[in-house]
Ligand binder design. Structure first.
Ligand code: NAD
Length: 315
């Protein structure tokens, strides 16, 4: 019998990339569920899967999961915009709906792989370690930390495996719909193509662990085989600064760029994120393979050809 895999948030950046990769696996049927509040149908144009418009909060979905309709779940559906400040809304969608899905998956013993976030760490000192300092500094980060805490309470009671993946700053094809919440790789590229100066918060020295979408897909596929439950980081394992992103754009576009630095308007801003990856290697038996130079070389080359759809959907 075929595997039947549910991907929530499957019209979004990471969900659609996962769907495009999974439909290529043998004996695998993919069901994408999205409420299309933010993701785009365009991400699924070349992905042959079953698409459903619906919410992760729907009781009918939870009943279907509890009945054992799916062999595994990749839960990517969420409010992914870290600047949303409505606490009730954020917790309703990100945390409560996840809790209900987890309970349903426990009833049927369905493996649950879900998206957590580096935002759980806030401005805790890097490198960021699961179970180390988790200082979420906005409601988005708190909603994800709450998901991890709920998941842990289920580890011993869940007949299958629950894996939380704390994604760091993901970039790559399929994120065009994200606008001002897309990666800085895409935002800076778009500014340059519009004939504008690339803009960065003063002085571009803030550090981020940028992780390429191919590594994120591979980490998820590894989580399908992980033998036990856990939460782990999904980053490149190295922090780089925003000036390094511009430097890579200069190399790829073969031109000198004059950056306009401006004041950061946010009172909260992560200054340095860096994923500790030993625990990830141990849990997933997987390590990242794409550094910033390699990831940006592939991504920018695709953007220059006007291609911005999930990487495995590109013909
Ligand atoms: N992209 C990153 O750098 C990053 C980093 C850390 C964590 N994450 C997490 O990874 C997951 C995927 O992120 P993404 O970058 O693909 O974001 P995205 O916004 O592109 O995808 C999220 C999808 O969820 C859908 N959605 C929102 N509310 C829903 C609901 N109530 N029911 C059904 N679908 C709903 C949206 O329409 C969207 O298609 C999210 O949980 C996000 O918080 C992403």
């Amino acid at each position: 019998m075929n595997e039947r895999i549910l991907i929530t948030g499957g019209a979004g950046f990471i969900g659609a990339n996962l769907a495009a990769a999974l439909v290529k696996q043998p004996a695998t049927d993919v069901v994408v569920l999205d409420d299309f509040s933010f993701g785009s149908w365009k991400n699924l144009l070349h992905v042959d899967c079953e698409v459903r418009a619906g919410s992760i909060a729907d009781a009918e979905l939870h009943a279907e999961i509890a009945s054992g309709a799916f062999s595994s779940i990749f839960h990517e559906g969420a409010i992914s915009d870290t600047t949303v400040l409505d606490q009730r809304l954020m917790l309703d969608i990100n945390t409560n709906a996840f809790a209900a899905m987890l309970e349903a998956s426990a009833a049927s013993g369905t493996r649950m792989i879900y998206a957590s976030s580096a935002a759980t760490y806030g401005n805790a000192a890097a490198p960021n370690t699961v179970g180390g300092k988790e200082e979420a500094a906005n409601i988005y980060g708190f909603s994800k930390l709450s998901m991890d805490r709920i998941a842990r309470r289920w580890y011993d009671r869940h007949p299958s495996v629950i894996i939380g993946l704390r994604y760091f700053n993901v970039y790559g094809p399929g994120e065009a719909h994200k606008g001002s919440t897309a990666s800085m790789m895409l935002q800076l590229y778009n500014q340059i193509m519009a004939g504008k100066q690339p803009r960065l918060f003063k002085h571009g020295e803030q550090m981020r662990d940028f992780v390429y979408i191919r590594d994120v897909i591979d980490a998820n596929l590894a989580a399908l085989k992980a033998p036990r439950s856990g939460v782990c980081n999904v980053g490149s394992g190295k922090a780089r600064c925003f000036n390094d992103v511009v430097m890579n754009l200069e190399v790829q576009l073969d031109r000198k760029l004059d950056v306009e630095y401006f004041d950061n308007p946010f009172d909260f801003y992560q200054n340095h994120t860096e994923a500790e990856m030993d625990a990830t290697r141990e849990l997933l038996d997987w390590s990242p393979a794409w550094d910033l130079e390699k990831g940006m070389a592939e991504y920018i080359a695709l953007l220059q050809k006007d291609i911005n759809e999930p990487i495995e959907a590109i013909a």
